[in-house]
Design a binder for this molecule. Structure first.
Ligand code: SF4
Length: 364
């Protein structure tokens, strides 16, 4: 019997410059550091091969588009040389507009990349400067257009909650991207992490993000707009035209297994979770931390992941408690907040914006 396929995630931790709001594990690296890190990454990929076919590959970061053509080729070849990748595998690369070039697009295509996720974030000139992005509106639009010449499957990220951002601005940005043929949009709420330049700007009164109510209202408006345009909201933050959903992310949400390579990358294989070390020194020493979830925690994860997307949760997989006995269960069903089809339970997308409260009420 054919082994169940897995996904592969590769973390490229380099960025040209840190954005003001960013708390990801990414940094500005010298060429020497990049080469050393890639040497280790390729060795790591070769050392962890498993006899499972690969259905999706996702190179994220950081900014994978800062890798040269030779560097990304090394990474892709390390995967192809060591794994049995399906011919029709989904292969996504994350890119920032300013580092996309025609030569890179051609190289990605030759490496069987077939999906791009572009960090546009906003098309507002002032906001782009405030949050420290390297591109301006014109570059974003030119690069999305260029990317579309080579790739049918292009996704763009948008951030919600920026200073002065109106519902109209957001929908206009989304409309502009859709007019360029973008098939998928990921919408993220602006989060303010401690010790970031953005947190200091806010503390000094130099940046005034939207408040919670304005942010939620803007998100809801954008969600309605995107759905009116024919997209499906298939996960809280993700919208796609039919058939253009991210197969890689769907695998995560379905609790499918995956191998993560690179600094701080997570893996879930043969029922075990583990994470690579978060510092370069420990990572290059091959340090890995095992994460042991109890059966109850696994069930909680099933509920949390399944109810936040249109996959729903398969009640027959929940082993440690009976969610149907929860005090809120019947009430949510009768109010149409929860929907049940056989063994599968869904959270009505109209209530996704309050999913945190609903899900925490449903957990034991
Ligand atoms: S490009 Fe992305 S990962 Fe890099 S600093 Fe900006 S937000 Fe963080």
């Amino acid at each position: 019997m054919q082994e169940k396929p897995i996904s592969i995630y590769v973390h490229i931790p380099f960025c040209e410059k840190k954005c003001a709001y960013c708390a990801f594990n990414s940094f500005c690296a010298s060429e020497k550091q990049k080469e050393e890190c890639l040497d280790f990454l390729c060795k790591e990929i070769a050392s962890r091969k498993v006899a499972r076919p690969v259905a999706t590959i996702y190179v994220g970061g950081g900014t994978p588009s800062v890798l040269t053509e030779e560097q990304i080729e090394r990474v892709a070849n390390a995967i192809y040389d060591n794994f049995d990748v399906y011919e029709d595998a989904e292969f996504t690369i994350e890119a920032n507009p300013n580092s996309i070039t025609e030569n890179l697009l051609k190289k990605w295509k030759s490496l069987r990349v077939n999906r791009l996720s572009i960090g546009v974030q906003t098309l507002n000139e002032r906001s782009l400067k405030q949050i420290g992005r390297l591109h301006d509106r014109k570059t974003a639009l030119e690069k999305v257009k260029l990317a579309r010449k080579f790739f049918a499957n292009v996704s763009c990220d948008l951030i919600i909650g920026l200073e002065g951002q109106t519902e109209k601005d957001l929908c206009r940005d989304a409309k502009t991207l859709l007019e360029l043929g973008v098939k998928h949009i990921s919408c993220y709420l602006l989060e303010v992490y401690e010790n970031t330049p953005l947190a200091r700007m806010i503390a000094n009164g130099k940046f005034l993000p939207l408040d919670e109510e304005q942010t939620i209202s803007a998100f809801n408006k954008l969600a309605t707009f995107l759905q009116d345009e024919g997209m499906t909201r298939y996960e809280i933050s993700n919208f796609a035209f039919d058939g253009w959903e991210s197969r890689h992310n769907l695998n995560y949400w379905a609790r499918g297994e995956y191998l993560g390579f690179g600094l701080s990358a997570h893996s879930f294989l043969n029922g075990k979770r583990f994470q690579n070390a978060e510092t370069l020194e420990k990572y290059s020493n091959g340090e890995v931390v095992e994460e042991n979830l109890s059966a109850k925690e696994e069930d909680e994860e099933r509920v949390m992941l399944g109810l936040r997307c249109n996959l729903g949760v398969d009640l027959s997989t929940i082993q440690t408690y009976d969610i149907t006995q929860n005090a809120y269960f019947d009430e949510y069903l009768s109010q149409g907040i929860l929907q049940r089809k056989g063994d599968r339970l869904f959270l009505n997308p109209l209530f996704w914006h309050v999913s945190n409260t609903i899900i925490s009420n449903l957990l034991p």
